[in-house]
Design a binder for this molecule. Structure first.
Ligand SMILES: Cc1cc2nc3c(=O)[nH]c(=O)nc-3n(C[C@H](O)[C@H](O)[C@H](O)COP(=O)(O)OP(=O)(O)OC[C@H]3O[C@@H](n4cnc5c(N)ncnc54)[C@H](O)[C@@H]3O)c2cc1C
Ligand code: SF4
Ligand code: SF4
Length: 389
């Protein structure tokens, strides 16, 4: 995928609405289910089911049928302006965050440092998926007043259910209740409404790569007002998520691993599963592929390239978080956390294999972005936006 060539010429006005979003992103399978359009819609006419087989937006009003929107016909363009898979989303987000486009050899996006980190607090470290960096960072951001809440993923009901549920964490108990990884989708963006209703004004968004591009895209397309409460973006490296049905249809049906007995999961070349009875199981990732969500199969972003800090679990040591520091704000937060002794940090160069693997997986993901996608990476139109919705 080459760097976008900017096509200059007549500036066109951005008139794209649900009609274009559905045709170009949802019907073509590019939609990741990030819910950016859902939270951006000022008329609340975009529905979304956070459930197995769904995780996709749909239009609630029927006046013009499912493909068109009466508000869009009257000039509303918020949904396409929020979508991090619509047209030239990647160069636009790069421009907003880094004031330049990524170079072709910046396979994992633009960044400043790569570190290996882990939470100094034993409980946080233990409850984290890898080094517990994400949870430690949320706790520190809350304590230091950078944020008053975080959009995270909880487990619905008791842990045995393994149903990911977006929610808001405002204290240590809630941050730790959300720690760890679920490999089904959780559109944490959706929790922004609850956060705003609760009067929270400064938020961190934790999310998969696809979600982390939303705020920057919104700012670039002049609907930054919607993402304004999001002051910090923490990305999770990601090559795919699975539909919830994988629990019953593969793990339980074939391997006799009921989800109520699963206590931890991880993906390290294979799908690793730990059971309540102490047993450990591995499932070949190729076998899991049939349950990959559609949007993930076209997703070009492995390394959460538009987060302030991106995090992953690849590397030779399981209990450290591979930490990619991208923005100035990300660097400030990490430096202050190290100085405060809240996290331990080592240079990423101590595990060159992890960095090489990240670039390799990023390169692989980039090849998934299809030729049929409109504009990016072939062109970037010059557009003008009406004032904020
Ligand atoms: C679906 C998925 C796929 C991933 N794939 C890879 C990969 O291929 N390679 C790699 O190196 N790393 C991958 N990761 C990232 C890795 O698993 C860890 O999340 C990351 O290293 C941070 O670890 P930590 O101990 O610092 O985070 P923790 O302190 O454990 O915090 C993790 C945070 O992630 C949030 N979270 C958990 N599950 C989800 C979810 N499904 N959706 C949204 N938010 C969630 C939690 O709410 C929590 O705030 C993936 C993560 C997920 C969720
Ligand atoms: S990718 Fe996100 S913003 Fe775009 S259509 Fe899908 S859910 Fe909406
Ligand atoms: S692979 Fe990950 S980042 Fe990409 S669309 Fe799927 S969940 Fe989102």
């Amino acid at each position: 995928m080459a760097l976008t060539d900017v096509v200059t010429g007549e500036k066109e006005r951005w008139t794209n609405q649900w009609l274009e979003l559905k045709a170009e992103v949802i019907d073509t399978g590019l939609c990741t289910g990030c819910a950016g359009c859902v939270v951006a819609c000022p008329h609340d006419v975009i529905g979304y089911e956070h459930a197995s087989g769904a995780y996709k937006p749909f239009h609630l009003e029927e006046e013009l049928g499912p493909d068109n929107c009466i508000h869009g016909e009257k000039g509303c363009t918020s949904c396409t302006r929020a979508c991090p898979r619509f047209r030239s989303w990647e160069p636009e987000a790069d421009e907003h965050l880094f004031a330049r486009y990524r170079k072709d050899d910046e396979l994992s996006g633009i960044y400043q440092d790569i570190l290996l980190t882990k939470a100094s607090d034993e409980t946080v470290h233990k409850m984290g998926q890898d080094g517990g960096l994400v949870s430690a960072m949320l706790l520190w951001l809350l304590e230091e007043g950078y944020i008053d809440g975080a959009l995270v993923s909880f487990l619905d009901g008791d842990k045995g259910d393994w149903k990911a549920k977006p929610g808001v964490a405002t204290n240590k108990d809630e941050v730790l209740a959300a720690a760890g990884s679920r490999y089904t989708y959780s559109a944490n963006t959706l929790a922004i409404d609850e956060a705003v209703e609760r009067g929270l004004a400064n938020l961190a968004l934790v999310g998969m790569s696809c979600m982390t591009s939303i705020p920057a895209v919104m700012w670039h397309r002049k609907i930054g007002k919607i993402s304004k409460p999001i002051k910090f973006v923490l990305g999770l490296l990601c090559s795919k998520t699975f539909d919830d049905a994988i629990f019953e249809e593969l793990f339980e049906a074939k391997y006799r691993l009921p989800k109520s007995e699963i206590v931890k999961m991880n993906i390290k070349g294979v799908f690793q599963i730990w059971m309540r009875d102490g047993s450990y199981h591995e499932v070949n990732l190729k076998e899991c592929h049939a349950w990959t969500r559609e949007g993930c199969t076209h997703c070009p972003d492995f390394a959460a390239e538009h987060a302030d800090v991106s995090t992953g679990g690849i590397g030779k040591e399981n209990d450290w978080t591979l930490t990619i520091v991208r923005t100035e704000l990300g660097r400030e937060v990490i430096s202050r956390m190290i100085t405060a002794g809240v996290i331990e940090a080592r240079p990423g160069d101590e595990d060159p294999g992890a960095i090489a693997l990240m670039h390799k997986l990023a390169e692989k993901s980039r090849k998934r972005w299809p030729e049929f996608a409109v504009d990016f990476p072939k062109a970037k139109r010059e557009v003008t936006f009406a004032s904020e919705a």
